[in-house]
Design a protein around this ligand. Structure first.
Ligand code: ATP
Ligand code: MG
Length: 373
């Protein structure tokens, strides 16, 4: 067990890192954040903020020496960084799992090879592979860049070979996957924590509503039959187990064809759809990340109140801030802001969660507040 007072390392300084820092400090740990951005949301509240590149040898050495264990908040941290740090101290999740999750080709191939259903896909590594991939997948389809995509960025919906060719040309020579566009009944996600001795703690299933490729609302528990929710949890746990995963991870699912589950992608870190755990569960996903990192008892994921989480994106900010009074006057609405300076459209600036013993009331309140902001 890594005891409170120790220093924990966090790779990445975004809002997920910030909420980890907060949870770790609540438990009495110190946190060192590595992020090149001088204004990073996590760096700002960390004990130490190393403003350096993820491959900066001097910073990695310092982190490795001073931290008792290290984790990450984003999947695009170079696997080499994780390997270098692992020479000094435990790094969870490890490079192998992150390497799979950070590359759509590796991820979908791994899922298929391990028997998990994915949307039909084909890999496109060069322009002369576009036509055959289109013939294999059909239309409509989605072209997704294999690396560094997030929040629907690096994706294009295509309906013809010509569109696929144009979209591939626009991806800057990166390898892509062409994925069949599925008709979604809904989208679900499962966040879980798994520790070094293989204990797995599953959070309730979230139902996720997206707007323009970005998560908009998460409704928890998901309004799906309990057998389907259980099946999603079972699949998520099996994925974590087969990856020998240690830490917090999320699995995103599509529901298609009358309740069939298809794995969309996995995130080797806490997930936007798990933010409701801060206000509605006994252990938040960030405390879970601390617990699994430090070999503490794994903690209870039980949800004590139904919850609806709403993302607050940059476009809500005009010349002035959103109307926070409209939100804060409701005791059942909890505001979380990430301390980001500039509110660009599509940028995740914060979220709020509405809790209510009745899920439908939480949803109605969330919609009312969202419209008033
Ligand atoms: P995020 O970072 O928000 O998870 P991302 O950039 O990694 O997003 P995906 O999760 O692959 O992207 O896709 C974003 C959203 O686009 C999905 O949640 C879904 O709503 C839609 N989408 C993606 N792929 C498909 C598909 N094959 N069929 C139907 N809808 C899709
Ligand atoms: Mg996604």
């Amino acid at each position: 067990m890594i005891l409170p007072g120790a220093t924990l390392g966090m790779l990445g300084g975004g809002q997920l890192g910030r909420m980890f820092v907060s949870a770790a400090r609540t438990l009495g740990y110190r946190v060192m954040v590595l992020d090149p951005d001088p204004l990073s949301p996590a760096g700002e509240i960390a004990d130490v903020h190393l403003r350096a590149d993820y491959l900066d040898a001097v910073s990695l050495l310092r982190m490795g020496r001073e931290c008792a264990a290290i984790t990450t908040e984003f999947e695009n941290v170079p696997a080499q960084t994780l390997r270098t740090l692992a020479l000094h101290c435990p790094v969870k999740p490890g490079a192998e799992a992150v390497e799979i999750a950070q590359n759509r080709v590796a991820e979908k191939t791994w899922l298929r090879e391990h028997g998990f259903a994915t949307a039909p896909f084909a890999v496109i590594a060069s322009a002369d592979e576009v036509t055959s991939a289109c013939a294999q997948i059909g239309f409509p389809a989605v072209l997704k860049v294999s690396r560094f995509g997030y929040d629907g960025k690096g994706q294009a919906r295509v309906a013809s070979v010509a569109e696929a060719q144009a979209a591939f040309a626009g991806m800057g020579g990166e390898v892509c996957v062409l994925e069949q566009m599925l008709t979604l009944e809904c989208e679900l996600s499962v966040v879980l924590g798994r520790n070094a001795i293989g204990e797995c703690a599953l959070y309730p299933v979230a139902e996720n509503l997206h707007e323009a490729g970005i998560l908009d609302f998460s409704i928890v528990p998901a309004r799906v039959p309990s057998a389907l929710a259980q099946q999603a949890q079972t699949v998520a746990q099996a994925i974590a187990q087969q990856l020998a995963y240690c830490g917090v991870m999320a699995v995103e699912f599509f529901v298609v064809n009358n309740g069939q589950l298809v794995v969309n992608e996995m995130a080797p870190r806490p997930h936007n759809s798990g933010h409701y755990t801060l206000d509605a569960c006994l252990t938040s996903q960030f405390e879970m990340q601390v617990r699994t990192l430090c070999n503490l008892p794994i903690g209870a994921t039980r949800q004590h109140t139904p919850a609806v989480m709403v993302n607050l994106l940059g476009e809500l900010w005009g010349d002035s801030q959103p109307n926070w009074a409209a939100l804060l006057q409701h005791p059942q609405a909890k505001l979380h802001l990430y301390g980001k300076q500039s509110a660009r459209p599509g940028r995740k600036m914060g979220h709020f969660t509405c809790v209510d013993a009745q899920l439908e009331r939480a949803l109605a309140l969330a919609q009312t507040i969202r419209a008033q902001l």
